[in-house]
Design a protein around this ligand. Structure first.
Ligand SMILES: NC(=O)C1=CN([C@@H]2O[C@H](COP(=O)(O)OP(=O)(O)OC[C@H]3O[C@@H](n4cnc5c(N)ncnc54)[C@H](O)[C@@H]3O)[C@@H](O)[C@H]2O)C=CC1
Ligand SMILES: O=C(O)[C@@H]1CCC=N1
Length: 278
């Protein structure tokens, strides 16, 4: 039987990882999650069949959950993550692989709040893990051996592409693939707004935007797909799309995306610094 997998904090990101993992064949019986509110714990338990504990109800829920765990996923916001590490430190198995999904929290900060020698992996996942199409980048801490890293890969392998990257690239990854699903959804929102501007009914506008972005995403997901070639296949010479792309170019859409991604990465660096001061 698989060793216990624990999620400390299971909100949007944690539940996406959990859903992907269960869909890939992990048994819900091997999973324990903790959250703050009992209503959320009940929701997760009934939706996924996992054991769910509420820390607002049971003060020792986090420490209790990690006992005997082989993998512990830290699914909380950056603020409070170090406090959570200190809360569970004395209950962790020395060989438990602690995987943080938090943006901006460094391996040094995590290792400083955990027992010396604890294997720690910093990761940047994204929510499409929920549907088996996620991307996750992993950076191993100073006490991680190949078995620990393999255990971290195993958590995500069935629900997306897993990459190993140096830690100093984590903020860039966060600004592209971590936040990126929001950029794609934002594009869908903008397309729906444009459709409404033409006078189309809101329900029709929603369907057009959603199905178009989803359909394009599925085409991009095909093996060997290339965004530039796919775009060109839609863009007839002297046709209509060409005018839209030329307008996007005049407005420097690539520059707008770059500046936005730089702002996201910049915020990550700022959060790392803010946490370091606490
Ligand atoms: N949402 C996303 O798309 C992505 C999020 N992340 C990272 O994932 C982490 C979580 O983000 P979200 O899921 O969006 O936040 P969220 O607010 O949806 O989830 C956080 C969960 O942690 C629980 N929690 C907080 N403190 C706790 C404690 N002491 N004990 C037990 N449970 C506790 C909350 O009840 C909540 O269920 C963040 O660190 C974020 O940087 C990383 C990549 C993408
Ligand atoms: O917005 C955030 O801070 C998190 C990290 C990447 C995606 N969501």
């Amino acid at each position: 039987m698989m060793k216990k997998i624990v999620f400390l904090g299971c909100g949007s990101m944690g539940e996406a990882i959990l859903s992907g993992m269960l869909a890939a064949g992990v048994s819900p019986q091997s999973v324990v999650v903790t959250v703050r509110r009992p209503e959320r714990a009940n929701e997760l338990a009934s939706r996924h069949g996992v054991t769910a504990l509420a820390s607002n109800e049971e003060a020792g829920a986090n420490a209790q959950a990690v006992v005997g765990a082989g993998v512990v996923i830290l699914g909380v916001k950056p603020v409070g993550i170090m406090e959570l590490c200190r809360e569970v430190a004395s209950s962790l198995e020395s060989e438990a692989v602690v995987i943080s999904v938090a943006a901006a929290v460094s391996l040094e900060q995590l290792e400083g709040a955990l027992p010396a020698g604890q294997p720690v992996v910093r990761s940047m996942p994204n929510t499409p893990l929920k549907v088996g199409r996620g991307v996750v980048a992993l950076s191993a801490g100073s006490s991680v051996d190949e078995h620990h890293l393999a255990a971290a890969h195993e958590v995500f392998d069935g629900s997306g592409v897993v990459l190993d990257i140096p830690e100093d690239q984590q903020n860039a990854v966060s600004a592209i693939s971590g936040s990126g699903p929001a950029y794609a959804f934002y594009l869908a929102e903008a397309m729906a707004a444009a459709a409404e501007n033409f006078g189309l009914a809101p329900e029709i506008a929603q369907i057009l935007a959603r199905e178009t972005v989803a359909g394009a995403g599925i085409m991009l997901a095909e093996p060997g797909a290339n965004a530039t070639l796919l775009r060109r296949a839609v863009t007839s010479p002297n046709g209509t799309t060409e005018q839209a792309i030329a307008s996007f170019d005049r407005d420097n859409l690539p520059g707008i995306v770059l500046t936005g991604a730089q702002a996201a990465a910049g915020r990550a660096a700022q959060i790392t610094e803010e946490l370091g001061r606490n």
